[in-house]
Design a protein around this ligand. Structure first.
Ligand SMILES: Nc1ncnc2c1ncn2[C@@H]1O[C@H](COP(=O)(O)OP(=O)(O)OP(=O)(O)O)[C@@H](O)[C@H]1O
Length: 305
């Protein structure tokens, strides 16, 4: 059956592969991003996130697979297509002699329907630095310039590759407000981040990529499956041993422990696994499966040789 949303896919990726020599950096990845949604691509260092994003942005060629971004193959995207994208690359690129205001005005002129430069400067919290040279800004402030440049063209699709690296906690919260505002205006967003709380706060859906493969995809609250979010009750029992039990009815479990121990259990806590807990478990399971596959391969090589 066809996915009813499939026709509304802003990004459509099927069987994407990227090899660097012998290394398979992206290995058969498929996913869609629907209009207006925020999709997080999560995964450990070297998983293949930036490679995937840069292929979608038209910055990297692919080895195999089909890709469509705003209805166009990025390998053949022209200037009109590029003007519909907003891109915040992983590395901080802006170091020039221009001031924040000059740089934004300069870039705004490339787009047919740019946002108001002063509004963008305010949105990224750089009013006090508008007339400062970018080379004199702190790392976190330069990152805000990157974000400002990414949104100045009023993009339909915004790529954010680790956008808040180097932000202080308050700036991250301000950034989240900005992203929510862009989302409410209908912007489709592809986000990569190592801050799982950020992904949980901002995204509608997420894909987890490890070793170049998509190991999980789904609604942000359902990643890892329903069981992954079952609360865990932890306590220290009468012998001093640390115990834990997953329970869909944690209050009843706690009551049973109290009854059994005849009093307040020591160090009692009820934890609802966060996206970070679920993500770490997924990646750990993937790593141990990949390690045992390697062992099996090595064993077979021995038998065959
Ligand atoms: N230009 C390149 N030439 C060779 N190998 C590369 C190149 N770019 C990336 N790789 C390799 O491809 C794999 C995927 O890299 P990629 O940058 O896509 O990972 P990532 O998921 O974005 O990681 P991070 O979270 O560290 O940014 C890594 O093993 C990396 O070393």
């Amino acid at each position: 059956m066809t996915n009813p949303n499939e026709t509304d896919s802003v990004v459509r990726v099927r069987g994407l592969e990227k090899r660097y020599g012998d290394l398979s950096a992206v290995d058969g990845v498929s996913f869609d991003i629907h209009r207006g949604e925020t999709f997080a691509l999560l995964g450990p260092n070297g998983a293949g996130k930036s490679t995937t994003i840069e292929i979608l942005e038209g910055y990297r060629t692919r080895t195999a697979g089909e890709v469509s971004v705003l209805g166009t193959d990025p390998a053949r995207g022209g200037l009109d297509w590029k003007a519909r994208l907003g891109i915040v690359l992983q590395s901080t690129g802006e170091t020039g002699n221009a001031t924040v205001l000059e740089q934004l005005r300069h870039f705004a002129a490339f787009y047919p329907r740019p946002r108001d430069v002063d509004e963008v400067i305010a949105a990224v919290g750089l009013e006090a630095k508008a007339k400062t040279r970018i080379s004199k800004l702190s790392g976190g402030q330069r990152r805000r310039v990157d974000v400002a440049l990414g949104i100045i063209g009023r993009p339909e699709l915004l790529f954010l590759d680790e956008p808040t690296t180097g932000f202080d906690p308050e700036s991250r919260r301000d950034f989240w407000t900005l992203i929510r505002q862009l989302k409410s205006e209908g912007t489709t967003i592809l986000l990569t981040t190592h801050y799982l709380d950020e992904a949980a706060q901002l995204s509608d859906r997420a894909g987890v990529i490890a070793g170049g493969r998509l190991i999980e995809i789904g609604a942000i609250g359902e990643i890892g499956g329903a069981d992954a979010r079952i609360p865990v009750v932890r306590w220290r029992d009468a012998s001093g041993a640390l115990r834990s039990e997953r329970s869909e009815h944690p209050a009843a479990t706690v009551a049973a422990i109290v009854a059994q121990q005849g009093g307040e259990p020591r160090e009692l806590e009820v934890i609802r696994p966060s996206l970070e807990d679920v993500y770490l478990e997924l990646v750990r399971t993937h790593d141990s499966a990949a390690a045992s596959e390697t062992t099996i391969d090595a064993d077979q090589t021995e038998v065959l040789s």
